[in-house]
Design a protein around this ligand. Sequence first.
Ligand SMILES: [Zn+2]
Length: 330
Amino acid sequence: MHSHIIPKNLPDWTKKFGYGDFIFLNHNEDKTADMMQGGKFFRRIKENCWDEDIRITEYEDFQTKVQVVCTIPVMFSYNAKPQDCLQTSQFLNDHIADLIAKYPKNYIGLATIPMQDPQLAIQELERAKAIGHVGIQIGSNINDENLSEEKFFPIFEACERLDMAVMIHPWQMMGFNSMEKYWLPWLVGMPAETSRAACSMVFGGVLERLPNLRVCFSHAGGSFLPTLGRIEHGFNCRPDLVAIDNKVNPREYVGKFWVDCITHDIDALEYILKMQGSKRVCFGTDYPFPLGDLEFGKFIEESNLSIEDQTNIFSTSTLEWLNLDRKLFI
Ligand SMILES: [Zn+2]
């Protein structure tokens, strides 16, 4: 339920809009492509980032049939002018909509929306649903603003109303510039970002006010679940700082949201499962990127987890999170 895809060819949005550093793809002869951001090299990607058939074949190698796809967070464009971000979002959402129409048993789509403009965001959310998306992927912060900000609430409310699931993905990691060495933004910043998003949605009362909103936090919820004891203690010892917008203990929400299983560590996953229950832990890979689980849950299959828990992780949890029927894919 957590994999990234990008269209093979992207418009030159920087040229078209006349500003910014929108991602552009430079294709190489060896079938790789360089993601360029404002003329600067961002990341080299391979064919499996865009080629729909190669992706299906690579999934089959690991007995996996269905992939829930969303864009790469660097494509969010939340800092662009809202109308321009609407345009880039529409382009990316149309690409995934075509894909799911072509391969309905192999692909499920999560859209991207212009979060910086709640009205346009809801407009695109509605359109995305109409063209076949079953949820959205959003960043852990929106231009450095937390998801607890009241202006984002109508978007979450619309997701609940429209039965659209929400995946929260870390991006624009806090402290990025001061810890670039050793890949620390990815290794330290990302888990912190996800916890930032979870804490914001819990303390800001988003999950309390929208009990039917189905949210999934990436990378097993980042550092949120492993540090929940500290978070709960903070809630109890300094309610004047923490419990100002929501009086409910953060532990109450555990098992109500979903997380993926991307931990690379069976002990950590077992701890997460003990907290969440296996029906709230989904099978994610972060394919096709190197920090993902590119062995497709081998560490889970080799574990002592019961068949029931494994079935929940490998399919049931994701179907429940997205409110989809298993029969659609058989
Ligand atoms: Zn990811």
